[in-house]
Design a protein around this ligand. Structure first.
Ligand SMILES: NC(=O)c1ccc[n+]([C@@H]2O[C@H](COP(=O)([O-])OP(=O)(O)OC[C@H]3O[C@@H](n4cnc5c(N)ncnc54)[C@H](OP(=O)(O)O)[C@@H]3O)[C@@H](O)[C@H]2O)c1
Length: 289
């Protein structure tokens, strides 16, 4: 049986909690376009239960997924939560009828979203809330202070244990850290999108986790000749190679690949433990440079 200590990558400490570096991103459990319920509700519940039985202790979610649907699935599948389970959520956007992600970052919006997450997850305190900045495309420059201070207030009120930031520029990370400690940065990063290379290393030096979203390319699966070549040489899938590369890239990287399939979840759990040679890594490094 796989236990947290035998999952690829071992563990990382987020504030006062230890989590498996191999985690699970729950966004893909909602319906198409991350709107509405999944076609296969029992299948979605099975993926969540399988994640926990594989030893995964870090699940990433948001009440905006569905909206509300993903959190309700997590609650139905896993509540009462094992004490080892760490659920990270995020605030800063809502959903509109077209499936868009309008920004909602006024203090009253953020308070409402924190309470919605508490309610849909069925907890009194959220383990981690990421202050999501930018828009659906990318981070955007601009001050994070007002939004971040609202989360700090909610933390003081006991509704949030740990705070992180997401979809942010390096300058916004510095700005946030000048106000209060953060335990992680969650930005888009993978083999082909390496804009945050320096940030990953700076955070590693400071003991702060970097949690790449879209580790497999998100809605557009990673595709590259070099990736396919390395994968076929290792007789592995490109997904496994992409995850193993992230695992090896830096010890502060926590993986949250998304899937709506228990077979893919198992494949990814094993794949992230694939051993890459220096030659493999050099070839893979050429993709994003
Ligand atoms: N902070 C933010 O702004 C932000 C933005 C986006 C996402 N996130 C978080 O990041 C997490 C990860 O991102 P993501 O789920 O969008 O993208 P991802 O992990 O890069 O890729 C997920 C996609 O890969 C497919 N996939 C997974 N394993 C596979 C396998 N072994 N073989 C073939 N296909 C496979 C999934 O399809 P199947 O369902 O068919 O497996 C799904 O379509 C999300 O779940 C969410 O929690 C955060």
């Amino acid at each position: 049986m796989i236990t947290p200590s035998t999952l690829p990558g071992g563990t990382w400490t987020l504030g006062d909690s230890t989590v498996t570096r191999f985690g699970y991103g729950a966004m893909q459990l909602a319906g198409p376009g991350v709107m509405g319920p999944p076609a296969d509700r029992d299948g979605a519940l099975a993926v969540l239960r399988e994640a926990v039985s594989l030893g995964i202790t870090h699940i990433d979610t948001s009440d905006a997924y569905g909206p509300r649907i993903t959190n309700e699935l997590i609650r139905q599948a896993l509540h009462p939560y094992p004490s080892s389970l760490f659920i990270a959520t995020k605030v800063g956007a809502t959903r509109d009828a077209q499936g868009g992600w309008p920004v909602a970052r006024r203090p009253e919006d953020l308070r409402k979203q924190v309470h919605e997450n508490l309610d849909s997850l069925g907890v009194q305190t959220l383990d981690l809330v990421n202050m999501r900045m930018g828009d659906a495309q990318s981070p955007r420059p601009g001050s994070i202070t007002e939004a971040f201070e609202t989360l700090v207030d909610l933390q003081r009120e006991g509704l949030i244990r740990h705070i992180g930031v997401s979809n942010v520029t390096a300058e916004q990370v510095v700005e946030a850290r000048g106000i209060a400690p953060i335990v992680c940065v969650q930005n888009m990063y993978n083999l082909a999108h390496r804009h945050d290379d320096d940030l990953v290393d700076q955070l590693a030096a400071d003991g702060i986790a970097y949690v790449p979203f879209f580790p497999l390319g998100g809605f557009t699966p990673l595709q590259s000749q070099a990736l396919s070549q390395v994968a076929s040489r290792l007789e592995a899938t490109p997904m496994s190679v992409a995850l193993a590369w992230l695992m090896r890239r830096s010890p502060n990287i926590l993986l949250i690949p998304g899937t709506s399939s228990t077979a893919h979840l198992r494949e990814n759990t094993a794949g992230a433990g694939l051993s890459l040679s220096d030659e493999d890594v050099a070839e893979l490094d050429s993709i994003g440079h």
